[in-house]
Design a protein around this ligand. Structure first.
Ligand SMILES: NC(=O)c1ccc[n+]([C@@H]2O[C@H](COP(=O)([O-])OP(=O)(O)OC[C@H]3O[C@@H](n4cnc5c(N)ncnc54)[C@H](O)[C@@H]3O)[C@@H](O)[C@H]2O)c1
Length: 459
């Protein structure tokens, strides 16, 4: 039986205070839920307790600061306080192993460390909810680990459920306040109903009331997350494949093609933008993990492999186009505009901009990287090291460059005066790999404009 209680009576634990965990913790605590956040990174924990978010997400710092001041959020490296939690969300990372399959080490480590707190739990029915993106079967394995360590019975002494996260970096706070849907799959009905009750009371308080979808089991919920990400990644790779064809056809433009496609009510234009490919901490690893999981189940994952292949080769394709335009990359100064894997984030994990920078440098170009977000630039520098120069100044980035590439579609670049390119660059060759500019406007301004998915001008 689900327990009816006020929002402030819930005790929530969150294990792993990264993009997902910290955002969830700050949003809940800001709205009065008592949250204990656990992370193995002591420096991160200290920063959070000072009210400083170690990551950049619009709106996060304010929520975090107020939650810490009100005392509704407390971060720690100790799992012991989780004994009071009614629900413990696992939000640790699930990166790729070298063969592309998922590394569940952090999830299982969290499960082992949680065991003692669960054995000493003061909650009526503590539920462990896996929010990390994990292959189907993982939530049950988490419950199994806790059972082995404590002798507690899942479904009787404690609950477990999959509750995948769909937030988008750069909009993490907004998405947590108003998600497209909440998906829950419990190992038995009580786990699911407890989670449902919590989320329902939270969103009723906010007045956002997203759809809450309770599915029959954790495996279905886990699969919904992979299916969603693989589908969105497929749309991007589809657009990039079409873009390569459009580029070979005089006058053909992928942007117009997609607009025409989207007039069909069955085709949603979201994520059909051609570009440098998808990056970040989710799509690349999730497509690879689902591919490896399919193989382990003896399912031939050809379509999934193709999604990944297009994405992996897209920066090579753009580098080749630049090489053709410049005759050679050797000794040429190429400016990459944008390091973050997408706008409004400092995250450069799997950023296609950095993949392109590496390829260009390997082919002998002098690479400069610009990003309007100093934190993103710092992360890029830490990832790539001395193979490039780094600057947050547009003037420094463009002065004397032989070519520039729009690699991240930051608003900052969209509003630039095209005269900046013609005034500062040695050759105003601009390759728009995110399709942020109108080709005619740029050409009229004297920019040598080329773009992904844009065929040559008719003679
Ligand atoms: N970032 C996103 O946009 C996003 C969106 C949806 C789902 N997800 C999924 O959510 C999960 C977390 O992603 P993220 O981007 O927040 O990761 P992240 O790397 O930003 O954060 C993970 C945190 O977990 C901590 N951690 C690792 N092991 C731990 C342990 N045993 N105990 C306590 N803390 C531990 C790390 O120190 C780190 O702070 C992943 O599975 C990811 O695929 C991410």
């Amino acid at each position: 039986m689900a327990i009816r209680r006020a929002l402030a009576e819930w005790r929530i634990g969150i294990v792993g205070l990264g993009y997902v965990g910290l955002t969830t913790a700050a949003v809940l605590a800001y709205h009065g839920v008592k949250v204990t956040g656990v992370d193995v990174d002591a420096a991160k924990v200290e920063a959070i307790n000072r009210g400083e978010a170690p990551i950049y997400e619009p709106g996060l710092n304010k929520l975090l600061r107020e939650a810490i001041e009100r005392g509704t959020l407390y971060a720690t490296t100790s799992y012991a306080p989780l004994r009071e939690a009614d629900i413990i969300f696992i939000t640790v990372g699930t990166p790729s192993l070298s063969d592309g399959s998922i590394n569940l080490g952090y999830v299982f480590d969290a499960a082992e460390k949680l065991a003692d707190a669960l054995a000493a739990s003061t909650a009526e029915y503590p539920v462990v909810a896996v929010k990390s993106t994990v292959v189907p079967g993982t939530t049950r394995r988490v419950a199994g680990i806790i059972e082995e360590q404590t002798g507690l019975h899942p479904g009787r002494d404690f609950g477990a459920a999959s509750n995948p996260e769909f937030l988008r970096e750069g909009r993490a706070v907004e998405d947590t306040l108003n998600p497209s849907r909440v998906v829950i799959g419990g190992i038995e009905p009580r786990s699911a109903s407890q989670l449902k009750e919590f989320w329902q009371s939270f969103y009723q308080r906010l007045g956002t009331n997203p759809p809450i979808l309770v599915v029959d089991n954790p495996e279905t919920a886990e699969m919904i997350k992979y299916a969603s990400n693989a589908f969105l990644a497929m749309k991007i790779s589809f657009a990039n494949m079409l873009a390569r064809i459009c580029e070979k056809i005089t006058g053909c433009d992928i942007v117009e093609v997609v607009k025409g496609m989207a007039r069909d009510p069955r085709i949603n234009p979201a994520f059909l933008g051609a570009g440098l490919g998808y990056g970040g901490s989710c799509f690349p690893k999730d497509v690879k993990a689902l591919t490896a999981h399919a193989r382990s189940l003896c399912v031939e994952p050809r379509l999934l492999e193709a999604i990944d292949w297009v994405n992996e080769t897209q920066p090579h394709h753009i580098a080749k186009r630049l090489e053709e335009l410049l005759n050679t990359l050797r000794g040429k100064t190429v400016t990459i505009l944008g390091a973050a894997f997408k706008p409004d984030t400092d995250d450069v994990r799997e950023s296609r901009a950095l993949a392109l920078a590496k390829i260009l440098a390997e082919r002998g170009a002098r690479v400069r990287i610009h990003d309007p977000n100093p934190k993103a630039l710092e992360n890029a520098k830490r990832t790539l090291g001395p193979i490039a120069e780094y600057t947050t100044s547009m003037e420094e980035a463009l002065r004397g460059a032989d070519a520039a590439v729009i690699a991240t579609d930051w608003e900052h670049y969209k509003s630039l005066n095209p005269a900046l390119y013609t005034r500062l660059m040695r050759r105003p060759l601009l390759f728009d790999a995110r399709r942020i500019y109108d080709p005619q406007t740029m050409k009229k301004a004297g920019v040598e404009y080329h773009a992904v998915g844009l065929g040559g001008d008719p003679k």
